[in-house]
Design a protein around this ligand. Structure first.
Ligand SMILES: [Zn+2]
Length: 136
C-alpha cells in the first residue's frame, strides 16, 4: 500500500497516558455523532476488545479525501468496495481508517494511505522483465 502510515504507536501512547491519568477518558471518548452513526451503520466489526472500555464494540470506518474526489471527498467508504471503484477512476486520493467504539465512543485514527489509478498495479506485460537480483 502506498504512503501507508500506521498510527498504532500513537494509539498505544494515548492508551498508556489514559491509564496513567495523563489524559481523561472524556478527552479520548469524544467521537462525533456522525462518526458514531457511520460506525453503527456501515462500520466493519474489529475482532478485538475496545482498548478503553473492553467491550466488543469496535468498528472500523474508512473515509476518502482528495481534491480530485470533489464532492465525494470526506465521505465514508460505503458500500464495501467503493474505494476500489474510485481507485479505478480517480488518479489519487487518501484513505483514512478510524476505529470507533460504539460503547464508550473512543475513536482513533488507525491508519492512512493513498489510493488511485497512479498506484494501480501495472499489468504484467508492462513490468520490467529484468532478472531479479538475488540478495545475500
Ligand atoms: Zn469502548
Amino acid at each position: 500500500m502506498h504512503g501507508f502510515t500506521d498510527y498504532t504507536l500513537a494509539k498505544r501512547a494515548i492508551i498508556e497516558s489514559l491509564r496513567r491519568g495523563g489524559v481523561g477518558r472524556l478527552d479520548v471518548c469524544d467521537a462525533h455523532p456522525e462518526l458514531i452513526r457511520a460506525a453503527r451503520n456501515i462500520g466493519d466489526p474489529i475482532a478485538r476488545p475496545c482498548p478503553v472500555c473492553g467491550h466488543d464494540s469496535l468498528r472500523l470506518v474508512r473515509y476518502v479525501y482528495g481534491d480530485q474526489l470533489k464532492e465525494l471527498s470526506g465521505r465514508p467508504v460505503y458500500p464495501k468496495g467503493w474505494d476500489t471503484e474510485l481507485a479505478e477512476r480517480v488518479d489519487e486520493f487518501r484513505c483514512f481508517s478510524v476505529e470507533v467504539c460504539l460503547e464508550c465512543e473512543w475513536n482513533h485514527l488507525a491508519a492512512c494511505y493513498l489510493m488511485g489509478k497512479r498506484y494501480a498495479e501495472k499489468p504484467p506485460s508492462l513490468r520490467s522483465t529484468g532478472r531479479r537480483r538475488r540478495l545475500g
